[in-house]
Write a protein that binds this ligand. Structure first.
Ligand SMILES: *Cc1c(COP(=O)(O)O)cnc(C)c1O
Length: 323
């Protein structure tokens, strides 16, 4: 079913719904990083958002817009992790029953958190099963509302409130780096950027193994790839969304990619220098900014950390691979 493309007004409306409910996350700077890049880097820390990632913004915005009948019937979603927690927590706040499909190999921390918020979790195989189809089928059978992880006007408008807050706090920027899976955060950020800082370059950042959006962007139409194998589990999407891609095509400047090794180096930087535990996917933006450093000299650069949810054992194991 085609939806009208959301606009900046929808991001503003989402910000009003989230007022007093979502955290206004901090924007941090590191003098080490500023010196290294010879730039002023403003890091928007969505790892400090409720449930540990920006996804609370979009999930809550979508659920808050449901009518009484829809709320009573409940919602269904699928996710490898953070969208699951976002929908589960939003549903608990709004007193809506939630069913979430999560892959069998989802991070134990994310699984436990989702169940802890009171959602019913159903497992699936992320490499062989179509979770989206399963969720939509259950929605149809039980009259539930399906809340997609990114390809939805209310979800992406909610995600755009993180960049909106960044611009409201620090003013205009020369470049903004955004972690990218299905494109909810990037498309929402692009709507906010074009309104608040029209000349700012916007870059989406994907794992090198999962560069479906980069391929799509260059080709001008969506390209689907096999589920990529990368440590960035929040960006293992095989294809960018239809709605998100329309916005990305129109408003984003380019899509960058980084390797898993670059992600681990960024994880170490955040831990050592800024005392923050950031999940691999949340490091995409910084890894790309470091890679693009020669072109950023003297600029004001935004980096959105998308989330911080990683099992500590996994975190330690990844850092131990560094020389
Ligand atoms: C979901 C997620 C992403 C990707 O977001 P999209 O809106 O699908 O592009 C990036 N980082 C983290 C931590 C996520 O949870």
């Amino acid at each position: 079913m085609p939806q009208a493309l959301p606009t900046f007004d929808d991001v503003i409306a989402a910000a009003a719904r989230l007022e007093g409910i979502a955290h206004k996350t901090p924007v941090l700077q590191s003098s080490t990083l500023n010196e290294q890049l010879q730039a002023k880097v403003f890091i928007k820390c969505e790892n400090f958002q409720r449930m540990g990632a920006f996804k609370f913004r979009g999930g809550f915005n979508a659920l808050a817009k449901l009518n009484e009948v829809q709320r009573k019937a409940g919602v269904v979603a699928y996710s490898s992790g953070n969208h699951a927690q976002a929908v589960a927590l939003s549903a608990r706040i709004l007193n809506i029953p939630a069913t979430i499909f999560m892959p069998h190999d989802a991070s134990p921390a994310k699984l436990a958190a989702t169940q802890g918020y009171g959602a019913t979790v159903i497992g699936y195989d992320r490499y062989s099963e179509d979770a989206s189809a399963k969720a939509m089928q259950l929605a149809q059978e039980k009259g539930l509302t399906f809340i997609p992880p990114f390809d939805h006007a209310d979800v992406l408008a909610g995600q755009g409130t993180a960049a909106l807050e960044l611009f409201d706090e620090v003013g205009e920027l020369d470049a903004l780096f955004v972690c990218l899976g299905g494109g909810g955060l990037l498309s929402g950020s692009a709507l906010a950027t074009r309104a608040r800082s029209p000349l700012c370059k916007i870059y989406g950042v994907e794992p090198e193994a999962g560069n479906d959006t980069q391929q799509s962007f260059r080709k001008g139409e969506r390209v689907k790839i096999p589920t990529p194998i990368t440590i960035a589990d929040g960006a293992q999407t095989p294809m960018v969304g239809a709605i998100t891609f329309e916005i990305i095509k129109a408003l984003v400047d380019d899509i960058h990619t980084v390797t898993d090794a670059q992600l681990i180096a960024a994880m170490r930087f955040y831990a050592e220098r800024m005392k923050m535990v950031i999940e691999p996917t949340g490091c995409l933006s910084l890894a790309a900014a470091i890679q693009a450093a020669p072109s950023l000299k003297g600029q004001r650069v935004g980096v959105i950390i998308s989330g911080g949810n990683v099992d500590l054992a996994r975190f330690a194991q990844l850092l131990a691979t560094l020389p």
